[in-house]
Design a protein around this ligand. Structure first.
Ligand SMILES: N[C@@H](CCC(=O)N[C@@H](CS)C(=O)NCC(=O)O)C(=O)O
Length: 206
């Protein structure tokens, strides 16, 4: 099994965390984002949108991080990261959908402006960051209320839903917006709980 990605890529990190949770490894093939390798023919042949990650498993090529982590969870031995109980499973899917639609787009606005943009010498768009902070805060209010009565998003079990949020939250801290998480007691405790997992430390090289 090969994973084409970049160690700093949020979507690659979801896959690395899933592999680590399952107790498996894939051969890591670096696609250097910094050198524009995502847009080169070799990567476009695997991932027509010119992005990472892509998984290659015995001739089967799969892109889209959320599809990859679901595939790995079904295919690989190790702890299940999808609840077997139908309502907890549905709850996991609900939170992955919220992450995709309501959390990640504004979180990435903050991250691109305050972290990656700055690294490239660009001045952050303060207005865009401020609006994005409001949106992320509103979504985190909803998560915070849900996490008041359970340890993980799907219920009592760590799941793919928790993994989907982790790379973006990590970068929110580096983008001067970790307060959005820590000032919400239940979301803050949840982040502490999940970010201390060995799988996350392995995926992020800590
Ligand atoms: N929906 C895709 C998004 C992948 C994505 O945005 N990858 C970023 C890195 S985290 C990328 O490759 N960016 C390079 C580019 O767009 O040129 C997924 O979940 O895999």
């Amino acid at each position: 099994m090969k994973l084409y990605g970049h160690p700093m890529s949020t979507c690659t990190r979801k896959v690395l965390t899933t592999l680590a949770e399952k107790g498996h490894e894939a051969e890591f093939v670096l696609v250097d984002l910094m050198k524009g390798e995502t847009k080169q023919p070799a990567n476009l042949a695997r991932q027509p949108f010119g992005q990472v990650p892509t998984l290659e498993d015995d001739g089967f090529v799969l892109y889209e991080s959320r599809a990859i982590i679901r595939y790995l969870d079904e295919k690989l031995s190790g702890p299940k990261l999808t609840p077997s109980e139908i309502r907890e499973h549905a709850r996991m899917e609900q939170w992955i959908s919220v992450e995709t639609s309501d959390f990640t787009p504004p979180a990435m606005t903050i991250i691109l402006n305050n972290l990656f943009g700055r690294m490239q010498g660009k001045t952050p768009d303060a207005d865009a960051v401020s609006k994005a902070r409001e949106k992320v805060g509103a979504t985190l209010d909803v998560l915070d209320a849900a996490l008041a009565t359970k340890d993980f998003l799907a219920g009592g079990q760590f799941s793919l839903a928790d993994i989907c949020y982790m790379p973006y939250i990590e970068y929110l801290f580096a983008a001067e917006s970790g307060d959005l998480v820590t000032k919400r007691a239940h979301a803050g405790a949840w982040w502490k709980r999940i970010s201390e997992r060995p799988s996350w430390k392995k995926a992020t090289g800590k």
